[in-house]
Design a protein around this ligand. Sequence first.
Ligand code: C2E
Ligand code: CA
Ligand code: CA
Length: 712
Amino acid sequence: MAVVPPPPSPAKTPHDIPAGLIVEFQGWVFTFGYGLACIVDASRMGLSNWTFRLISHPHAPLRQSSQVAAALLPIVRRNYLPSLFVNFAASVAVALLAFSSGVTWVWWWLGAVTLVSVVRFVIHDAMGRTPLPAGDPALAEAEAARQIRIAGQGMLVGGACWCVLAWILLADADPLLRYSTSIILAGMAAGATGVLAPFPRVGPFYIALVMVPGAIRLLFLPNAEPVIGVLALIFAGVMMVGHRANRILLIQSVELGQRNGELMAEVLDANQTLENKVRERTETLEHQATHDLLTGLLNRRGLTDRFVQGAAGSLHGLVYFLDLNRFKRINDTLGHEAGDYVLREVARRLLAALDNEAMIARWGGDELVVVVPVAGPVCPVARELETLFDAPFLFYGQTLDISASIGVARCPEDGPGLDELIWAADLAANEAKRRQSGAPCLYDPSLAAALQRREQIADDIVAGVEQEQFWLAFQPIVNAASGDLTAFEALLRWDHPTLGVLAPDEFIAIAEESNHIAVLGAWVLDRACRAAANWHKSGLRAAVAVNCSVRQLAQPDAVGIVRAALERHGLAAKWLHIEVTESVFLPASDAQMLQVLRQLDGFGIRLAVDDFGTGYSSLARLRDFPMRQIKIDKSFIADIDGKSRSVIEGAALIARRFDLEIVAEGVETLEQATALLSLGIDCFQGFLVGRPVATPQTAVSCPWLGPAKAAV
Ligand code: C2E
Ligand code: CA
Ligand code: CA
C-alpha cells in the first residue's frame, strides 16, 4: 500500500498573519490615528486660544461677568439633549459589541445607563419648564448657576457609567472589543471638550472619568497594552487642555456678546438722550417763535396760531386792544428797565386775572391783545380788565402812573378773522385815547369812517399847502391895563375842497403824526411874517404870535426856516412871537431843543409857553428855558370863579418871580376880565377883545377899561 502524504497544513506559511493580529493592528492604527488627530486639534485650539489671549485679553480671560451663567444656560440646554442621545446611542453600540463578544452582564449596565438617561431627561425637562426669575438679575443668575450645576451633575453620572464600563470591559481579552471600546471612549471624551465647555470643573472630571480608569487598566492588566494606556493618558490630558481652550473661547464670546449688548444699550440710550434733546430744543424754539421773550405772553405768530387752532372760525368772544398810556414817557424818563417792568407787570396781572381760555399776546411795543372766548351773552368789557390798573405799579419805591386805552371788538360781528378784529379793536383803542376818559371804547363802524377822514386829511395836507387852501385868522392880544394892541395870534384855517372848513384842532395833530407839520409850519411862519410886515407898512405896530409844535422845532433846520421867513419879508425879530406848548419841557425834548430855543431867543424872538397849566411844567425848566411869556389856558379862565382862581394866582406869582409876561387866553366876559385884571394879568386874548378873523381889526374892545374902550 502506497503511503498517502498528509495534506499540507492550511496555516503557518511564513506569510501567514494571524487574523487576531490583523484586528489588533487595525485597532492600534485606528486608535493611534484618532488620538493623534485629537491631539493636533486640541493643541491647535489651545494655541489659537493663547494667541487670542495675548492679543485681546491680556488679563484674566476667564473673568466672568455677573451674567455669565444666565448667558451659558441656553447653550447648556441646547447641547444637553443631543449629548444625552449620543451618550445613549454610544452605550447601545458598546452593549451590542460587548454582547457579540459574549459579555452578557453588559445588559445590566445598559439598563442602568438607560435608567440614568431617563432620570436625566426628566430632570432636564423639569428644569426647562422653570423660567429664570424676571426683574432681578442676581436671582436669575443664581437660578441659572443652579440649573447648570444640576446638568453638570447629570453629565458626571453619565461619565461614571462609562468609567465602570471601561474598568471592566477593557480588562476583557478580546482585542476587537477592547479597541472598539477605546475608540468609543475616546470619542466620548473628545465630544466632551466641546459639549462640556460651559462647565469649568465637570468637563475635565468627565474626561478623566471616561479615559483615566480605562488607561490604568490597560497599563496594569496581566495582558497589558502599555502603549495604548500611555496614549490614552496623553489623550486625556490633551482633551482637558482642549476643553479649557473651548471654555475660554465660549466665555469670551459670551462676554463679547454681553459687551455688545451693553454697547447697543449705551448706543440706544445715547440715541434716546439725543432724541430727547432734539425734542426739547424743538419745543424751546417753537416756544420762542410763538412767545414774547420779555413778558412770556404770546407774540403775533403765537396768537394767530392759537386763534386759528382754537377758534376755527366758530369763536364767539371779545378782542381787546390795550394801548398803554404814556409808556414812551416812562421809557424816556426812567429808562428801559422801568418800561420792561411795566410790561412784565401788566402781563403778570393779565395772566392772573384771566382764565386759561383767554389768549393774551404782546402785539407791539406797548400794545397788548387779549382774546376772550365768551359762551353766553357778550358783555362789552371783562370786569377783570377794568380793575387791571387799580393796584399801584411800584418801581424801586416809585409809583408809576400806568393806564391803558382799551378798545374792544366783538367776534364775529366786527370782523371775519383775527386781523380784522384786531384792526377794529385798535381803532377803538385810538378813540379811547382821544377821548381821554379812561373808559374802554367799543368798536363802531363810524370809527372806521373817522379813521378814513383822518387818513384823507393826512394825504391832502401837502397838496393843500401848494394849492393855497390854508389861510390865517388873526386874533388880537391887548395890554390889560391900557387896552393897547400888542399882537395878533395867527390861527390856521383850512378850506378843504371836499370836507369843508377844518379847524386846526383836527388837522394839526394829524399833520404832526404824518410828519407834514414841517411843511405846514414853514408856510404859517412865512405868511405870518408877511402879514406882520404888511401891517407895519400900513402903520399898525403889532407883533404876530405864531404857534409852533415841538415836532416842528425838532426838525433839523427849524432855526434856519424861522430866520429865512423873517429875512424874506424884512420883519424885525422882535415882532415875531413863537408859542410852544409845555411839552417842550419834557425831558425827552433833549438839549438840542434848548439850543434851538436859545438861538431863537438870541435873534430877539419872544418865546411864549402856550396853554400853561395843562401839561408838564416845572419851575426849574421854566428858569432854564429862555421863555418870555406864559399864556394861561382858557380852561382856567372859564373856571375863574372855581378852583382855577388859585391856579391863575399861582401862575401870576411865578410869572412875576421869573419876570415873565402873563397872558390870559379865552377871555369872554367882563367879569373874567375884571377878575384877571385884579390878579395882575398883563395881557388879554379872547372873544371879549376880538375874534380871530382873516383881516386883523385894529379896533378892539376893552370893556373892563370903561365905556370909552368898550367898542373902538
Ligand atoms: P391856541 O394856541 O390855544 O389858540 C387859541 C384857540 O382858542 C383858538 O382856537 C382860538 O380860536 C380859541 N379862542 C380864542 N379866544 C377864545 C375865547 O374867548 N373863547 C373860546 N372858547 N376860544 C377862544 P383855534 O383857532 O381853533 O386853534 C386851536 C389850536 O390849534 C390852537 O390853540 C393852537 O394850539 C392850534 N393851532 C392853531 N394854528 C396853529 C398853527 O399855525 N400851528 C400850530 N402848530 N398850531 C396851531
Ligand atoms: Ca396859541
Ligand atoms: Ca392856548
